[in-house]
Design a protein around this ligand. Structure first.
Ligand SMILES: [Zn+2]
Length: 488
């Protein structure tokens, strides 16, 4: 057997590998398969047609069972879910592995080998943990995974188990159909996202560099296909997020019996400082994804004409006041500083030596944490108030132009008749920043088209659900996107 044929055999063997995964099959595709690419192109069998109805039924069953694994965070207990997803990949011969960063917590990864023409792999990222759900508030038990009237119900249906199933089933579909992609597709489902991701994506990027060192792109939660009330459709692709600057402010004062209080105590000092802070409004700063997002909404007929040029419109005090009165708009154009936690004495008749407040500050990309902290100290204006940083990381954004963005634009043209692709800022944060900090382009985009506006309210709310049709459509579009990005 000559060298080229050996390489071809190796490439196909890796691609079509079945059975139990080993460390070597989980490893990245080596560039040795590059020269085999031309040969494979002529010899590879025609891909089989994908039966999306059957695939959607299988995805529905899988999501129902996945929801039934209770991964409420805290405590998470994602390991059972990680093993569940791993077994699904292994049954189809896709190498997969799990890790247990701390007891009970889990991460799963699976790799669908391409034939290695391009070096940059695509990582399909989701998280397995969910926020708590109070069964008393729900129409169906939140961990039942009930399927009725064409809808899958349960905590995690959209955030983020449904997207995880869409990604997983898309990889299975590509493998089963024998579609050869020019790059590897890596699936990673993390834990601990809902509590900041330290024991999930944070652990993964710090401890498993070799698994993702060939990754150039990440698709994650944070965006998708939105249908506006006027039925116009747009693709929202999150390219950046606000950064948390979580602070603790501590005041000190004399202790003693509160029947004879001095004029100033730790509590009064804290309250006066906080009062100055809540009366302070950080300046408005319009960044380009935000400006472009509002322009796109106006062009789609889902916003007033002032949104066509938001920068100019915001100079009008009347419009500005009305615009900022919507909390979701306000959050997109300025840093926010919000006291959320207060603590002082444990007894009503004891003056506490210290009183504290925790502030959830969210910074726009471009805001400097040190400068914001200096401003906060200036506004607090009390040398007895000490501020310390509880959590913060540098702001990171992904470029708006890339081959992944081009692929999403092609998908939008083909699947939704020229729906605009709108790069966005999200006010919250996801696991994307862990990958952006490593120089990887990460977009918040899962190609599920949400057709029922109520469904978004289920995310972190009650009666979370996704329709079977939306799940199936998500798989169909993800396969299409993989084929576009896979370049064949
Ligand atoms: Zn989520």
């Amino acid at each position: 057997m000559n060298r080229a044929r050996r390489r071809l055999k190796l490439a196909l063997a890796l691609y079509l590998a079945t059975g139990i995964a080993t460390a070597s099959t989980f490893a990245q595709s080596k560039s040795s398969s590059r020269s085999a690419h031309e040969a494979v192109a002529v010899r590879a069998p025609q891909p089989k047609a994908i039966d999306y109805d059957k695939l959607t039924q299988e995805a529905t069953d899988l999501l129902s069972k996945y929801i039934q694994i209770n991964t409420t965070n805290p405590p998470g207990n994602e390991l059972a879910a990680a093993k569940f997803l791993k077994d699904k990949f292994l049954a189809d011969g896709i190498p997969a592995t799990t890790w247990e960063p701390v007891p009970g917590r889990g991460i799963v990864a699976a790799r669908l080998h391409g034939i290695g023409k391009h070096q940059k792999a695509l990582l399909l990222l989701s998280h397995m943990d969910v926020v708590p759900a109070d069964p008393k508030e729900w129409k169906t038990p939140p961990f039942s995974g009930d399927v009725k009237d064409g809808t899958i119900w349960g905590r995690g249906a959209l955030d983020d188990k449904g997207p995880g199933v869409v990604f997983l089933m898309s990889m299975l579909a590509v493998k089963r159909a024998g579609i050869l992609l020019d790059r590897d597709i890596l699936f990673v489902a993390t834990g601990d996202e809902e509590q900041g991701g330290k024991d999930g994506a944070g652990w993964f990027v710090d401890h498993q560099q070799s698994v993702y060192s060939d990754v150039g792109y990440v698709l994650n939660e944070g965006g998708g296909i939105r249908v506006l009330p006027n039925r116009r459709v747009f693709y929202s692709v999150a390219v950046t997020e606000k950064t948390p600057l979580w602070l603790r402010v501590t005041a000190s004062g004399p202790t003693g019996h509160s029947s004879q209080p001095p004029a100033e105590t730790s509590v009064t000092g804290l309250l006066r400082g906080l009062q100055r802070l809540v009366e302070y409004h950080p300046p408005i700063h319009l960044i380009s994804p935000v400006e472009n997002y509002f322009r796109a909404m106006a062009e789609l007929g889902d916003g007033p004409k002032q949104w066509l040029d938001l920068a100019a419109s915001l100079r009008d005090p009347v419009f500005q006041k009305q615009f900022l009165s919507a909390p979701d708009h306000n959050a997109l154009v300025r840093d926010t500083l919000t006291p959320t936690v207060l603590g002082a004495s444990s007894a009503i008749n004891v003056l506490p030596a210290t009183a504290y407040a925790e502030l959830d500050c969210r910074l726009l990309p471009g805001s400097d944490s040190k400068a914001v902290l200096a401003t906060i100290n200036k506004v607090l204006n009390d040398k007895d108030l000490k501020t310390e940083i509880v959590r913060n990381w540098p702001p990171v954004s992904s470029p708006q132009k890339s081959e992944l963005m081009s692929a999403i634009q092609t998908l939008a043209r083909r699947a939704n008749k020229d729906a605009p692709v709108v790069p966005t800022l999200i006010a919250g944060f996801t696991d994307s920043h862990y990958f952006r900090q490593k120089g990887i382009i990460a977009y918040g985009f899962v190609p599920i088209e949400l057709t029922h506006p109520d469904e978004l309210k289920g995310i972190h709310g009650n009666d979370e659900r996704v329709s079977v049709d939306e799940l199936g459509g998500g798989i169909r579009r993800t396969v299409e996107l993989l084929k576009i990005l896979g370049g064949r």
